[in-house]
Design a protein around this ligand. Structure first.
Ligand code: SAH
Ligand code: SF4
Length: 375
């Protein structure tokens, strides 16, 4: 079992702190700076979930910390395992919200997909998370704790397996929770903590243009970037991703052209294949034209069905034909085979259904489109 401790409320949370924050916190308490690093490493490297686990600290030091700080913990509510080995972990926050993370076996390694928000405000028409609306942002501690719990669960289930990659592709729009995203990246990549390489982390976004510029200017964190394009033109993207009415494809691609890419990196464009909406060979040709000259690859994601949307997955033959056309036109194109769809863990299916959350009926839009979402 994964232990979680009851945590007193209202105190600074070590799980949300970068190493520098923890050191500054220790100094502000009148303690030596190295004490800050010591407890930080217990939390973020060794995975301690309470001060009692910090066995090389004297009882009085542990008590002093426990009086001045907490360690925020998620609780594991449920782990479901798919027949393809994918594991969906449902976790509960201290205020009772439910979030989901997915462990996806990829050959010898495991990729973990993590959530950045409870729900999402972006309202993409094909996405189950969208139908929840946005409940709240996750704090940085709640983001990184998904990784620490994922590690523990994997270690118990498959001791030989390792989480090698992290993708911010679970519930939520990471760039709508910008500060906590950046803090979580600083924590996960710190070589005194979880030690994840920047190039092993991917942040996926629906394309919040001003935040892309901000992310590109960050110096301490350099994740890979995935962009949910999902359409070959504004007419289709306006329809399936209302955010396109605020930042259309032209603005999005201009922001991506200006995005600083490290050597040997490229932007990933995600493209959900929706039957009869964006899956024709003409769509593939338009997509190729759009992305000409970009250092990028295209991930095709066949639509994963769920009760809240009325779309359909294209036939295997159509998916094949679309991919072949993309390749023929010179795009480096990969097909994302749906994983974990039998437990609603595949892309776009995360909606806390097993939690008994009400399933919101599909809103079929008639008349003029709604105003663009507020950034
Ligand atoms: N909010 C971020 C990250 C989470 S969504 C983003 O949109 O990029 C992760 C990916 O799942 C996105 O590329 C999205 O387009 C895709 N997706 C959403 N709903 C889907 C569905 N029903 N079937 C397949 N992919 C879906
Ligand atoms: Fe939010 Fe991403 Fe779903 Fe769009 S696809 S609603 S941005 S989680």
């Amino acid at each position: 079992m994964v232990p979680t401790g009851p945590v007193p409320e209202g105190l600074p949370d070590l799980r949300t702190m970068t190493l520098a924050d923890a050191e500054a916190f220790a100094v502000a308490q009148g303690w030596q700076r190295f004490r800050g690093e010591q407890v930080w490493r217990w939390v973020h490297d060794k995975g301690a979930r309470n001060f009692e686990e910090m066995t090389n600290l004297s009882q009085s030091t542990r008590d002093e910390f426990a009086a001045k700080a907490t360690i925020g913990c998620l609780t594991v509510a449920e782990v479901q395992t798919s027949k393809d080995g994918t594991r969906k972990i449902r976790m509960t926050t201290r205020d009772g919200a439910s979030i989901e993370s997915v462990l996806i076996p990829m050959g010898e390694h495991v990729t973990q997909c993590i959530s950045s928000q409870v729900g999402c405000a972006v309202d993409c028409q094909f996405c189950a998370t969208a139908k929840m609306g946005l409940k709240r942002n996750l704090d940085a501690g709640e983001i990184v704790d998904q990784v620490y719990l994922g590690k523990r669960i994997l270690a118990e289930a498959e001791p030989a397996a390792r989480i090698s990659n992290i993708v911010y592709m679970g519930m939520g729009e990471p760039l709508h929770n910008y500060d906590n995203l950046i803090t979580s990246l600083k924590i996960l990549t710190n070589d005194k903590g979880a030690k994840l390489a920047h190039r092993r982390i991917t942040v996926s976004t629906s394309g919040l243009v001003p935040k892309l510029a901000k992310l590109g200017a960050e110096t301490e964190v350099r994740p890979n970037l995935a962009v949910s394009l999902n359409a070959p033109n504004d007419a289709v993207r306006d329809m399936i991703m209302p955010i396109n009415r605020k930042w259309n494809i032209g603005k999005l691609l201009a922001a991506l052209k200006a995005y600083p890419l490290e050597q040997r990196r490229r932007i990933t464009f995600e493209y959900v294949l929706l039957a009869g909406v964006n899956d024709s060979l003409a769509d593939a040709a338009q997509l190729a034209k759009l992305l000409r000259g970009f250092k990028c690859k295209v991930n095709l994601i066949p639509y994963n069905p769920h009760p809240e949307a009325e779309y359909a997955r294209p036939s295997a033959a159509q998916i094949d034909a679309f991919q072949n056309e993309c390749k023929r036109l010179g795009m480096s194109t990969y097909l994302r085979i749906p994983k974990g769809d039998d437990i609603d863990a595949a892309c776009g299916q995360l909606a806390n259904r097993s939690n008994g959350s009400p399933v919101v009926p599909l809103r079929i839009r008639k008349g003029p489109p709604p105003p663009p979402p507020v950034e």
